[in-house]
Ligand binder design. Structure first.
Ligand code: ATP
Ligand code: MG
Length: 393
């Protein structure tokens, strides 16, 4: 018998919403948490809580109140240090307290990847002051990519192209402003002129077998993905290398679930970039029925310890985001009716209650049979996403 577990989801965005749906369909009970009421995942959960997840005491309170069997983080910005305590209390943190805690800090994860595991990554150095920053930039060379250690979605991230006092100060200040909390440190990374970048969705399971989804290609702008497609055609050698790296890093971080492992593909081989210990936004392409199970169904099964006998590509597909342009509330969409007239096309609207420039509000999904050209499917998704407009008051 499938036992109903109480699951606390920390972060209730569009990815969380799809996960809740997958968990509900397996008979589970979900409490969705975020810092505002009406968040996408709350709309489909049994219960919800509104707290600041960076506040450890507020987290402790709701964990004590609900006594969940599992805690499932959907975002990085959580007081993850508390996860170790929850594990000690017998609660399963997904995929593990270590994975959630290490991946929220670029330093922790980069040092494990490059130093402990010897994975190929961009050269990097850290800096905690403007003086150290200048030294780091001089050593790494330009162009280089500068990121706050604690940030996501490209916040505070920029490419430094010249070593002048003015450019250094500008990039440093931007990183400080985009830094989460009062953590004042940056990573300076060698700029990798990659040919393409991929997400390798990787599933670690209770039975010990690690599974890989066909690679997903994507394109980023302002730190957020604009479109993703599956499969991304890459060489067998590159794929094997990426799978090997994904296997190594997920084993070290421990736990069961689906991970989004990001790589850069270059003439010199595959570079490990970073990873999410949970469904990845570029993996929304799997909502286009590209696989026998989408990434949320895979995560749900893996965290519940349920079998995943095989992952198959059943269609080629693409996703393209629909972004808001202005700040406002009560978003309204135009163009969806016309887009839905196209075959093999779907639109998922997230029902976010408010808008701001570049906020992701919906996604267009297109697919085609596995013999179809994935590039044309991608172009179609991009064109259709441009026909949808978000307005708000
Ligand atoms: N060293 C690098 N060289 C070239 N491009 C890079 C480098 N590091 C990052 N980028 C580009 O910036 C994007 C965002 O970087 P990264 O994934 O590290 O940031 P992030 O804020 O964690 O993003 P997210 O949370 O959305 O995954 C990458 O997907 C890639 O396109
Ligand atoms: Mg990333």
């Amino acid at each position: 018998m499938l036992y109903q577990k109480k699951i606390m989801l920390l972060g209730s965005g569009e990815l969380g919403k799809e996960l809740v749906i997958a968990l509900q369909r397996l008979g589970q009970y979900v409490i969705a948490v975020d810092n505002y009421e009406g968040a996408p995942a709350m709309q489909v959960a049994h219960q919800f809580e509104v707290i600041n997840m960076l506040d450890g005491d507020a987290l402790d309170k709701i964990v004590a109140k609900h006594q969940p069997h599992l805690i499932v983080p959907e975002i990085e910005a959580i007081r993850t240090e508390r996860f170790y305590d929850y594990e000690k209390q017998g609660i399963t943190v997904v995929p593990s307290a270590k994975a959630a805690n290490f991946t929220m800090n670029r330093k922790a994860i980069r040092d494990i990847a490059a130093k402990e595991l010897g994975l190929r990554t961009a050269n990097y150095l850290y800096a905690t002051t403007l003086e150290e920053f200048e030294i780091a930039v001089t050593r790494i060379g330009i162009p280089c990519v500068v990121k706050p250690l604690m940030s996501s979605s490209g916040k505070g991230q920029s490419v430094l192209k010249e070593i002048t006092a003015e450019a250094l100060a500008k990039v440093w200040n931007y990183a400080m402003e985009g830094s989460r909390g009062d953590y004042k440190e940056v990573i300076v990374e060698e700029f990798i002129p990659f040919d393409s970048e991929i997400t390798l969705l990787t599933v670690t399971q209770k039975n010990g077998a690690t599974l890989f989804c066909p690679p997903i290609g994507h394109r980023q702008e302002r730190g957020d993905y604009q479109e993703s497609w599956q499969p991304c055609v890459i060489s067998d050698t590159d794929l094997k290398e990426a799978q090997h790296m994904a296997d190594k890093i997920t084993q070290v971080l421990t736990g069961f679930g689906l991970w989004g492992v990001e790589f850069f593909l270059t003439q010199k081989g595959v570079y490990f970039s970073e990873l999410s210990p949970r469904p990845h936004d570029t993996g929304m392409v799997t909502l286009a029925n590209t696989q026998n199970y989408n990434e949320f169904e895979l995560h749900a099964r893996a965290i519940l310890g349920l079998a995943i006998p095989q992952i198959n590509l059943v269609n080629v597909g693409a996703s393209a985001v629909v972004l808001a342009t202005d700040e406002g509330t009560n978003p309204n969409f135009t163009g969806i009716e016309a887009v839905l007239k196209n075959i093999n096309t779907d639109v998922k609207v997230f029902n976010k209650p408010s808008t701001r420039p570049y906020r992701r509000m919906a996604v267009v999904l297109c697919n085609g049979s596995i013999t179809e050209n994935v590039t044309s499917v991608k172009e179609k998704a991009i064109q259709l996403s441009k026909q949808i407009e978000v307005t708000s008051v």
